[in-house]
Ligand binder design. Structure first.
Ligand SMILES: [Zn+2]
Ligand SMILES: [Zn+2]
Length: 154
């Protein structure tokens, strides 16, 4: 029964939902979007702290104690590297697809139908270059089912 429902909801698209249902999806996704933004903020603050605080202290300590002066820097970089394990993987509240990884026929940025993941930019907004190597656009819509997930984008 659950499988049936899941396969049905997977095949539903944005036009199959009412405005109330779409609002409910956005509301449900808000905490995941906030979590994602928080995680990214911490990640960048981590690098700033490493370069602005830990690295200069490390260099200073290294000149006095070359044998262990760099240890704090290595430790800080290790913490950053390990924290990638907790990198958030936001999922679509309607179809359960991973929003950052799975691409369908809707543009994740402008939500227009007709998006082709094999072409490196969206025919409507034209903004999705570098689709595969790192992300230079914000996700506002689910690419698989087309529902709006986050007004602000993440
Ligand atoms: Zn687009
Ligand atoms: Zn979806």
């Amino acid at each position: 029964m659950d499988d049936d429902r899941k396969s049905t909801s997977r095949s539903l698209k944005v036009s199959d939902y009412s405005a109330t249902e779409l609002n409910e999806f956005t509301r449900r996704f808000a905490s995941a979007a906030a979590h994602y933004r928080r995680w990214m903020r911490r990640w960048w603050i981590g690098w700033v702290v490493i370069f602005v605080v830990v690295l200069p202290i490390g260099l200073f300590a290294f000149s006095a104690h070359p044998e262990y002066g760099m240890l704090p820097l290595f430790a800080a970089i290790l913490v950053q590297a390990v924290s990638v394990l907790w990198y958030p993987k936001p999922m679509c509240p309607a179809c359960d697809e991973k929003l950052e990884l799975n691409f369908g026929s809707y543009c994740p940025q402008c939500g227009q139908l007709g998006f082709d993941p094999s072409i490196p930019s969206c025919p409507t907004c034209g903004k999705l270059d570098r689709l595969k190597s790192g992300r230079c656009y914000k996700i506002h819509y689910c690419s698989s089912c087309g529902i709006p997930v986050d007004v602000k984008g993440f």
